[in-house]
Design a protein around this ligand. Structure first.
Ligand SMILES: C[S@@+](CC[C@H](N)C(=O)[O-])C[C@H]1O[C@@H](n2cnc3c(N)ncnc32)[C@H](O)[C@@H]1O
Length: 260
């Protein structure tokens, strides 16, 4: 299906392939990326079939393989160049192929999966209704008791961060041009045919509170410099994030669905 900035989005991901380190192909915020991966890693189990939507250069695949025995892994992405990278390193039982998530068809997969996962992939589709259809269409491929674990960005949480930033004259944070963040209320109220939303986990709220508010204020008003991903505050935020003292600033959240 066509949607806004689709071609630009494809070109954007191709342009990142030659990033200095593979961990940065899909995110500049490496600390946050680790937290996101943990959300998925902590939810999986051994000997399962896993389908990834928007697998990129296979970073998450590598991390999952280190921790679990996988029965079968299927990775999909619409960027052929990224799929080529995955195909060079995959195990023989696994399968990576080019697929636009908005065009998934009933015969695209021969398997049913224990887990369907994504990390900031569905938010690349700049159309809320199409995002919801992607979730529902992929839900057909979950097995009974299967789980869909989507780590994606929330616009409500970003609004909460911006509300406080404005009080400190900090610039509003906006989604990148190629992203449309999830609308939590829409997801909660949407009638899916194949899955039901069971939980939204605001796992990164403390991380965003510390980095996008405390550190941002400190950098602007005291250090007189722009915040940097390499600053020790990123590491401090990462180590404190598990305490979950706040809830409403989790610009990235885990949306967990189960098969109906
Ligand atoms: C943030 S990266 C995530 C990569 C990987 N999951 C990881 O953890 O490293 C998002 C991925 O979504 C892919 N993507 C964007 N739009 C897509 C679409 N319509 N269909 C399939 N994949 C898409 C991009 O090519 C990119 O590789």
């Amino acid at each position: 299906m066509d949607y806004k900035f689709k071609k630009e989005n494809y070109d954007f991901w191709v342009s990142r392939i030659n990033s200095d380190i593979p961990e940065k192909v899909c995110s500049n915020d490496v600390a946050l990326d680790q937290l996101e991966s943990l959300q998925i890693l902590d939810n999986l189990s051994n000997n399962s079939k896993i389908l990834e939507i928007g697998c990129g250069n296979g970073l998450l695949y590598d991390q999952i393989k280190k921790k679990y025995q996988i029965s079968k892994y299927v990775g999909t992405d619409f960027v052929k160049e990224l799929i080529d990278i995955c195909n060079k390193k995959k195990d023989t039982k696994d399968n990576f192929f080019q697929l636009d998530m908005t065009e998934v068809k009933d015969n695209d997969f021969n398997d049913e999966f224990d887990f369907i996962i994504s990390k900031r992939a569905i938010q690349n589709v700049i159309d809320t209704n199409l995002q919801l259809k992607v979730i529902d269409n992929f839900g057909k491929f979950l097995c009974k008791n299967g789980k869909m674990i989507l780590v994606e960005s929330s616009s409500e949480a970003q609004d909460n961060i911006n509300e406080i930033r404005s009080k400190y004259n900090l610039e509003k944070i906006l989604p990148p041009f190629h992203n449309l963040f999830f609308r939590d209320e829409k997801i909660k109220n949407y009638k899916f045919n194949n899955v039901k939303l069971v939980e939204i986990v605001p796992f990164a709220s403390d991380f965003f509170y510390i980095t996008r508010l405390i550190y941002a204020i400190y950098a602007k008003d005291y250090l007189k410099e722009d915040p940097k991903y390499s600053h020790p505050m990123q590491k401090i935020a990462l180590s404190l994030a598990c305490n979950s003292l706040t809830k409403k600033f989790s610009q990235i959240q885990t949306y967990i669905f189960k098969k109906i």
